[in-house]
Write a protein that binds this ligand. Structure first.
Ligand SMILES: Nc1ncnc2c1ncn2[C@@H]1O[C@H](COP(=O)(O)OP(=O)(O)OP(=O)(O)O)[C@@H](O)[C@H]1O
Ligand SMILES: [Mg+2]
Length: 328
């Protein structure tokens, strides 16, 4: 049976995310298909986990799905310093209560009681109030911090410690849903998620979006003309396919180049030196360095060829597919 939220839960619920898709939010056939699959699992109660490299759109997907579930959303971002308390909450101090009894005016009786004050964190609130928990980059938290999720996801029971007196089991609200994201490539600062936890989720791999989706998102996020956004996306996708990088050239890089070009009113053209400089600023640091770890001039030349190919005078003005390998 539903119960009224505690005062700390109410305060957190008041601050929960009420998500609304903005005008820059893009839906394409590919995104609709991923949404449809994920929603089917979530509606049955299974947690969904988006796994993919940086900039593949995991967080955005998780948040827009959460918004479709039409429940308050609590966002948790995994961190190396997490322990169980970071998810469920804990005692944050003590509250002292004094009762002064002057029933007989000549006699004063005083009672004093000190009790610990428990503060709920996102998982407890989401489980008890039936919210959607978006746990972004959950594998940045140590596996031991995430152990508490095992019974939540399988038995739908949240085990909470009682102040110094063992544990108490709380039944998880039927509307509670969980969406996870993780980045398997980002080894720095991530932990191997335990098999038992992964086994309880439906993992959907999001590698990179298709070309049309990347162009649509770049147009929406920058306001650039579609033909210009397509040139930038094709260039970045080709660089990505070349594997000549140490840091993946992502959709985020395309968006950054496009937004800056739009803001600075630059022509998306290889004979516009400031546009070329912008591309180099955003892409060169991602390229493989030379033998001593210093920037390799050949990689800069490769990028210059890439810019020329996709944004030069020879480049067709119509939209066209990227030619993988030009950068190789
Ligand atoms: N459907 C969409 N509509 C508009 N913008 C989008 C959409 N999907 C992704 N983006 C944008 O693409 C960029 C990358 O997306 P996002 O931040 O979700 O990737 P990520 O996989 O979570 O990356 P990271 O691993 O680095 O956190 C962001 O700027 C995001 O706003
Ligand atoms: Mg993210």
């Amino acid at each position: 049976m539903a119960h009224p939220p505690t005062s700390t839960a109410q305060a957190a619920l008041d601050n929960a995310l009420r998500l609304q898709p903005g005008p820059e939010h893009v839906r394409t056939a590919e995104l609709d298909a991923i949404h449809g699959r994920a929603l089917a699992y979530l509606n049955v109660g299974y947690p969904v986990h988006f796994r993919g490299p940086a900039g593949s759109g995991k967080t955005k997907l998780a948040l827009s799905l959460a918004q479709e579930l039409a429940r308050p959303v609590l966002l948790l971002v995994g961190d190396d310093t997490f322990d169980t308390r970071s998810l469920i909450g804990g005692d944050t101090g003590t509250r002292t209560r004094r009762v002064v009894d002057r029933y007989i005016t000549s006699v004063m009786k005083m009672e004093s009681e000190t009790a610990p004050v428990w503060l709920d964190r996102a998982l407890t609130i989401a489980c008890t109030e039936g919210c959607t928990l978006v746990y972004d980059e959950f594998n940045r938290a140590p596996a031991s911090a995430n152990n508490v999720l095992l019974t939540v996801l399988e038995e739908r029971i949240l085990v909470l410690p009682k102040s110094g007196r063992g544990e108490t089991a709380v039944r998880v609200h039927p509307e509670f849903r969980a969406i996870f994201t993780s980045n398997p490539e980002d080894h720095a600062g991530t932990h191997a998620a335990q098999d038992a936890l992964i086994d309880r989720m439906v993992t959907i791999d999001v590698e990179s979006f298709d070309r049309d989706t990347e162009i649509a998102i770049t147009v929406a996020r920058s306001g650039l003309a579609e033909v210009d956004a397509a040139r930038i996306v094709d260039m970045v996708r080709d660089f990505r396919r070349s594997r000549e990088w140490v840091q993946r050239p992502t959709l985020r890089a395309s968006i950054m180049i496009a937004r800056m070009a739009q803001r600075l009113e630059l022509r998306v053209a290889a004979d516009e030196p400031r546009f070329v400089q912008l591309c180099l600023d955003l892409l060169a640091s991602r390229a493989k360095p030379g033998p001593n770890g210093v920037p390799d001039p050949r990689q800069r030349q490769m990028l210059a060829r890439l810019i020329e190919h996709f944004c030069g005078a020879e480049a067709a003005t119509s939209l066209r597919p990227a030619r993988a390998g030009i950068a190789a």
